[in-house]
Design a protein around this ligand. Sequence first.
Ligand code: CTP
Ligand code: CA
Length: 223
Amino acid sequence: TQSLSQMLLLAGKKVLVTAGPTYEAIDPVRYIGNHSSGKMGFKLADELANLGAEVTLISGPSQQETENKSITRINITSAEEMLEQCLTYFPDVRICVMNAAVADFTPKTVSDQKIKKQDVSLTIELKPTVDILQTLGAQKKHNQILVGFALETNDGEQYALDKLQRKNLDLIVLNSLADAGAGFKTDTNKVTMIDKQLRKTETGLKSKTEVAADICQKIIELL
Ligand code: CTP
Ligand code: CA
């Protein structure tokens, strides 16, 4: 539950949230994906909307539903489609929270017919996708707040700091897969937030809703 003063803190502010995985097509029946469930991103969208923000949620394939009816949801499939939608919405928002697990690589060519299994082996050539967050960071205006995530298995803080700086972020939220109770499909999470002044906040293990509320609190501090 939020107090009235908190509820008003993001009133009228436009916010962009991305969530879920992207799927990169191999042929008409197959794709390369990842384990993102979208849970954390959908909780973030709900928390931000509950604080009065005007939220647009760009989501990859996910079973999740938002609770707050004011959220505008845009469904995409691939990293390229996510980039296109982000470039459309980003210039007009005050805050952007890039939680999606965007594919880093996509097939160089997509077969328009189903690939048959007759061959003894199959090599799929991949090319890098555009780093959406870095692209947005490069075009960020002074009053915009850009929040990124880092998913790491090891040396988390070091990699997160590097991403914070390289992508010109205001805040990075580190998810460590090494932490028990944290991860893709769980209802709990534990994150470390590092802002651009290198102030560090740890949430401790709690529900994804509570972690989302902590991240919103931190974003409000940065406004
Ligand atoms: N991201 C993005 N576009 C991509 C890849 C990642 O916008 N093509 C964003 C993610 O949404 C996330 C942040 O970049 O907010 C960090 O993602 P992560 O996978 O942890 O880092 P990468 O920079 O992709 O590096 P690596 O996967 O090698 O750790
Ligand atoms: Ca990545």
